[in-house]
Design a protein around this ligand. Structure first.
Ligand code: AR6
Length: 207
């Protein structure tokens, strides 16, 4: 069935769309998913109730990949804010599968939700940990009145998660927990990952 999707400001402008066209998918009566190609550091919707997700490591003080790009774009205040997140064990601010929120500082998005995905080859339950990462990002978003959230493909870089399985976990978990978040976006850097996410979304979200 088709339903109109309201126009959104900023990153992408859509007058209206049918579920499945132009990377738009229906999650519930109140929530849509959009799959975008691009650089997550540039993404925003309204600069006040929006958040990008940072695929971080448990120390939360920066790193390579998307984490490095997000810290560079946000400026040094982001690292200072991360430093202030309390350690739950020495050197661990965010255990695998959990999420923490900070302001976005110089980023166009107002918030950063930091999460830690599983290292595919060493995690005892990579599927469960990846599911927890997506779920806890959405929980933290709701607790902070975030209405628009953008995810990268968590764990699909340095942490070595296979793309197809990651897409299945990501999309099914978001479908389950998006609730009253207005728009859930993916901003995917790599063409092959974008294609896999789009294919899986058509399988899992248009039934
Ligand atoms: N925008 C969107 N996606 C991006 C961007 C970007 N600017 N840059 C990279 N990606 P990764 P992980 C994609 O390695 O696997 C860091 O060192 C990339 O193509 O960033 O969860 C942390 O500090 C890939 O598909 O995160 C941790 O130590 C996806 O983002 C570790 O890497 C995730 O790749 C986390 O590893």
């Amino acid at each position: 069935s088709s339903s109109p999707v309201r126009g959104i400001v900023g990153f992408s402008m859509m007058a209206s769309a049918t579920a499945g066209e132009d990377g738009h998918f229906k999650l519930s009566e109140t929530s849509v998913l959009k799959i975008n190609k691009g650089d997550i550091t540039k993404w925003f919707i309204d600069g006040s109730s929006d958040a990008i997700v940072n695929p971080a490591n448990p120390r939360m003080l920066g790193g390579g990949g998307a984490d490095g790009a997000i810290h560079r774009a946000a400026g040094p205040e982001l690292k200072e804010a991360c430093y202030k997140v309390p350690e739950v064990q020495p050197g661990i601010r965010c255990p695998t599968g959990e999420a923490r929120i900070t302001p976005g500082f110089k980023l166009p998005a107002s918030h950063v939700i930091h999460t830690v995905g599983p290292i595919y080859d060493s995690d005892k339950d990579p599927k469960g940990s990846l599911r927890n990462a997506y779920k806890n990002c959405l929980t933290v978003a709701k607790e902070n009145n975030i209405k628009y959230i953008a995810f990268p493909s968590i764990s699909c870089g340095v942490y070595g998660y296979p793309y197809e399985e990651a897409a299945t976990v990501a999309l099914s978990t978001i479908k389950e927990f998006a609730n009253d978040i207005k728009e859930v976006h993916f901003v995917l850097f790599a063409d092959d990952i974008y294609d896999i996410w789009t294919k899986k979304a058509k399988e899992l979200l248009l039934v």
